[in-house]
Design a protein around this ligand. Sequence first.
Ligand SMILES: NC(=O)c1ccc[n+]([C@@H]2O[C@H](COP(=O)([O-])OP(=O)(O)OC[C@H]3O[C@@H](n4cnc5c(N)ncnc54)[C@H](OP(=O)(O)O)[C@@H]3O)[C@@H](O)[C@H]2O)c1
Length: 287
Amino acid sequence: MDMTTTYTLNNGYQIPVVGFGTIIPDGPATVTAVKDAIKSGYRLIDTAEIYGNEVSVGQGIREAMAENHLKREDILVSTKAWHSHRGYEQTLQAFNESLAKLGLDYVDIYLIHWPANAKWHEDWRQLNADTWRALEELYRAGKIKAIGVSNFLAHHLEALIADSDIKPMINQLEYHPGFAQTAAAEYAQSQDIQVEAWSPFGGPDSHVLQDETVNAIAAKHGKQPSQVVLRWLIQKQIVPLTKSTSPDHMRDNLTDFDFNLTPAEMKAIDEAPYSGGFQFDPDTARS
Ligand SMILES: NC(=O)c1ccc[n+]([C@@H]2O[C@H](COP(=O)([O-])OP(=O)(O)OC[C@H]3O[C@@H](n4cnc5c(N)ncnc54)[C@H](OP(=O)(O)O)[C@@H]3O)[C@@H](O)[C@H]2O)c1
């Protein structure tokens, strides 16, 4: 396995085993980070309308394509519909706005960013189904290569699968040592839905990289703590989406494929106590 290895989604579309996250301030910082990431070898770029930087992400992608002689189909672009655009019509509109901001003809992956949940929406199930119908239509029209969700727990996914024609291809979850959403991830995997991990290092303060268990295992293997976290995700066949503005970190996060964690090490990381990260609960998070 290396950075060119792909997973095949349940619709046959292939995505890289690692991706690049773009929660980075809009403007030159995002443009430069996206260009550096593509130059380093990342081919899956994850953004969202709520990050407010789709214009800069699009610019970074176009400039990187020109400078590295890449074609549009060499790069996978992923974006997401925010809460304010739930429902069929609103989601179609949100998608078209994202496409225009990115300056693209299609996106590779489009996700519902968070499920409507029962705490904030009496009609949560219908709302998710209506939003999903827009994704299905855009997918059938060829505007999106793969459709999916983010932050969906098992019962959100189960309801959506029952209420719709096309099964999601991806579920993007907060997933890192100290907050492994094992039940949600395993349910998705049992449905042949590819899991992606957001905030694999616990977010901007990268707290998870100080975790004692992770550091002890890293020392044993002569690896960086970041590489142990990424290897733990890869062994679970979960796609890590790391964010970095440092070209050195970007490279480190692409070169951790050549060692194995033992079952005991995997279990120890699974059971690591909370050591940083958002720990948002999709059942109660304001949505
Ligand atoms: N679907 C959702 O609801 C959702 C929510 C949050 C995030 N996401 C996605 O997931 C992506 C990643 O999550 P995130 O941005 O919260 O953070 P993250 O990837 O968990 O961590 C980023 C932090 O780790 C540091 N870092 C990266 N590589 C490192 C390395 N090798 N060694 C040491 N430090 C390193 C970065 O600093 P430097 O910049 O200095 O390297 C940055 O401060 C986002 O950018 C976004 O695309 C999705």
